[in-house]
Write a protein that binds this ligand. Structure first.
Ligand code: NAP
Length: 268
């Protein structure tokens, strides 16, 4: 039996175990997916131990995504983003990937949103914001990053190809954008809050909200009301998981089955 898992602290409410175990069942893999919660200063020992024990693959979440970059051999995209969320063990050094980036692009593709040649605004410059900004730029979008801490957005824009950055006072750029990503946590704890004033939204926009609890955030409700394409955060979560599954197993991920397992545990 192959063992996969998630390392983070905390990992209590993770939706990854049911999503991945549904994929193993559908593809006939003899595998389990479990969660691990090492102490925050024990991640290097945890990765070494997982390698020694023959664990096949790990997802990595808060607060370890940056630390793991220095412990494994990251692929070039994970290195540019500065964070690893997927580790594959095997011959030689463990390999690190950032599948959040692919999750963003695949979520738009799944909704028939063509990214090449578009103008995009990413709100947020934390882990999800970095992944989204690089992913969109690599897919051919001209990206503007708007963040509460403007300096962080400008620093990120300096390393993302052809990007610009600023504070939340630059959110009016959404008026002329084709694509919008919320990569802040706004809308998660206070479901009626949105990071984006509704007046900037319009019908030519495709909006991905990385927040997946709740699924129907205030931002997505406002976007839907003006006729924009809306993509909820479960799509990003699903598709980053699907890409991790593909790195680990070399098989196509059974997206529909994984989606059902995930959505059965999420509420609007
Ligand atoms: P993070 O690294 O801690 O970054 C948090 C971001 O939110 C920062 O840009 C921060 O701005 C901004 N922010 C926080 N509170 C804010 C407020 N009240 N007003 C305006 N901006 C605020 O977190 P993360 O890992 O990027 O995660 C961000 C969100 O994405 C979370 O909700 C997370 O669950 C979600 N996420 C979803 C997926 C998925 O697969 N769907 C994957 C990863 C993350 P400052 O820099 O100014 O502090």
């Amino acid at each position: 039996m192959d063992v996969y898992g998630l390392v983070g602290n905390p990992v209590g409410h993770s939706l990854s175990p049911p999503m991945h175990e549904a994929a193993y069942e559908a593809t006939g893999l003899d595998a389990r997916y479990v969660t691990f919660e090492p102490a925050t200063d024990e991640i290097a020992r945890a990765i070494d131990g997982a390698d020694a024990l023959g664990i096949a693959g790990l997802n990595v979440t808060i607060p370890f995504k940056q630390d793991v970059l220095d412990i494994v051999e990251p692929d070039p995209l994970a290195e540019r983003i500065g964070a690893v969320n997927t580790v594959a063990f095997g011959e030689g050094a463990p390999k690190g990937y950032n599948t959040d980036a692919a999750g963003v692009v695949r979520a738009f593709e799944h909704h028939d949103v063509e990214l090449n040649g578009t103008t995009a605004v990413v709100v947020g410059a934390g882990g999800a914001g970095r992944a989204a900004a690089f992913a969109l730029a690599d897919a051919g979008s001209k990206v503007h990053i708007a963040n509460r801490t403007a300096e962080k957005a400008r620093e990120l824009a300096a390393v993302v190809p052809d990007a610009t950055g600023g504070g939340l006072d630059t959110l009016d750029q959404i008026r002329d954008a084709d694509v919008l990503v919320n990569a802040t946590s706004v809308g998660m704890e206070a479901p009626d809050e949105t990071p984006v004033p509704a007046e900037f939204l319009h019908s030519n926009l495709a909006v991905l909200d990385a927040v997946y609890a709740p699924l129907e955030t205030r931002l997505l409700k406002d976007a839907d009301a003006v006729g924009a394409v809306t993509v909820d955060g479960a799509w990003m979560l699903l598709l980053q998981g699907a890409v991790a599954f593909e790195h680990w197993t070399g098989l196509d991920a059974p997206i529909e089955v994984m989606n059902q397992a995930l959505r059965a545990r999420l509420t609007a």
